[in-house]
Design a protein around this ligand. Structure first.
Ligand SMILES: *Cc1c(COP(=O)(O)O)cnc(C)c1O
Length: 397
């Protein structure tokens, strides 16, 4: 029987309180459209936030989704039918789908075990492999900061630069994360953010493209607003899209930006909570930063359970135990190279130990745990009780 306790979600929206002020402002001035002061304001807030410790000038385009931002990045880099684009396999399908929108082919790359993100050695093997096979290098590299954990950007950017391939940074899950003090989303030629309802802050649905020049931003906005030429009538010499963010949604985003640092602290607190509970349990590993270079927003806390070392306990067993108390948890992303839609795509596994098995092993044994910034003491007690019983923590076992 499923318990009658209130549901604990994996990650649910958490309003800060000032969002409605921005929305009222939009109504009062009749900016109920996919442009307006909240859109401009959110772009400025994000630019300031991401550039904070760098003094660099960023140009942000607020869009209808993170997926739209990825799509526009690929179009802007000239990706077209027949091209290949390298993409981290261990990710959400939205990282890879826009490659298919362009009629291009994704080439998937395995993860490394420390951050669970793109393995720099497998990336090199993929680039060299594609050049050897096709005499042509891939058009772009999509790297993801999974669950907020920064990828090994120094090594990845080094490979990309060596071969002259632009990087698109999928930071949809990583707003507030940093690598060596620099904000995730600002390393690549383009960065992608998402404000979907489950992300660390939300606009109900939305995203943004992080650009490094005013030209890149205005080209993205041109494409996002139906690619209308400069003429009094509607004239088009390129295919356009309707990808701009609504001024109402942007109002939610402006309010959310005011509490972003609090949300990051709360999410990081959830991973700490799990680490404190589980760090001495055999066969159990929480995703934490490998060293001080990596600052994760810990959007979702995640655990690996090795059944051989954990007395036969499995992630599926834990998921079911949570479910019985009406607590949501979820397997890690299923790698893209195992997805029916991308069956035919090339895949490069990590070399060395467990060659090719890193992403598969993560999917097999990994679980995302309730991580909302709005979880209170009662929620934590219920979660802790399930974990203690499941792993036999308080029974001398
Ligand atoms: C959420 C997400 C996206 C897509 O963002 P939307 O705003 O939902 O379109 C892309 N990549 C990753 C890794 C995500 O988690």
């Amino acid at each position: 029987m499923i318990s009658m306790n209130p549901k604990i979600w994996l990650s649910s929206p958490h309003m800060g309180g000032t969002e409605l002020n921005y929305i009222h402002g939009a109504f009062e001035e009749n900016w109920v459209a996919p442009l307006g002061p909240n859109v401009n304001g959110l772009e400025q807030d994000l630019g300031r936030y991401l550039a904070a410790e760098e003094g660099r000038q960023l140009h942000i385009a607020a869009l209808s989704s993170g997926t739209a931002a990825l799509h526009l990045a690929l179009i802007s880099l000239g990706v077209k039918a027949g091209d290949e684009v390298i993409c981290q396999s261990m990710t959400f399908s939205a990282s890879a789908n826009p490659i298919a929108y362009q009629g291009a082919t994704p080439v998937f790359v395995d993860s490394e075990p420390e951050t669970w993100n793109m393995c720099p050695r497998a990336l090199r093997a993929a680039v060299e492999g594609r050049i050897a096979e096709r005499g042509e290098k891939p058009k772009a590299i999509i790297v993801v900061h999974l669950y907020g954990m920064p990828a090994k950007m120094e090594e990845i950017v080094a490979v990309a630069d060596e071969f002259g391939i632009p990087v698109i940074e999928d930071a949809a899950e990583a707003l507030g994360s940093k690598y060596r003090g620099r904000a995730c989303g600002t390393f690549g030629r383009y960065g992608v953010l998402s404000f979907n309802g489950n992300k660390i802050i939300t606009t109900s649905g939305g995203g943004a493209l992080v650009c490094h020049s005013a030209e890149d931003k205005s080209h993205a906005i041109f494409l996002a607003t139906q690619a209308r030429d400069d003429a009094p009538h509607y004239q088009h010499s390129q295919i356009g899209y309707n990808y701009r963010m609504s001024n109402i949604c942007a109002g939610i985003g402006r309010g959310q930006m005011e509490v972003l640092d609090e949300r990051v602290a709360a999410r990081r607190g959830m991973t700490e909570f799990y680490r404190d509970l589980l760090q001495d349990v055999p066969g159990v590993r929480i995703l934490v930063a490998p060293n001080a270079d990596f600052f994760s927003n810990h959007w979702l806390a995640a655990v690996l359970i090795d059944p051989l070392e954990a007395g036969g306990r499995t992630r599926e067993g834990l998921r079911m135990a949570f479910l019985e108390d009406n607590i949501e948890s979820r397997p890690l992303w299923k790698p893209m190279h195992l997805q029916p839609i991308f069956e035919a795509a090339p895949y490069y596994g990590a070399s060395g130990l467990n060659a090719g098995q890193i992403a598969e092993g993560l999917f097999e044994n990994g679980l995302c745990l309730p991580s909302g910034s709005n979880l209170g003491e009662d929620d934590r007690s219920r979660i802790a009780a399930i974990l203690e019983e499941f792993f036999g923590l308080n029974s001398g076992g």
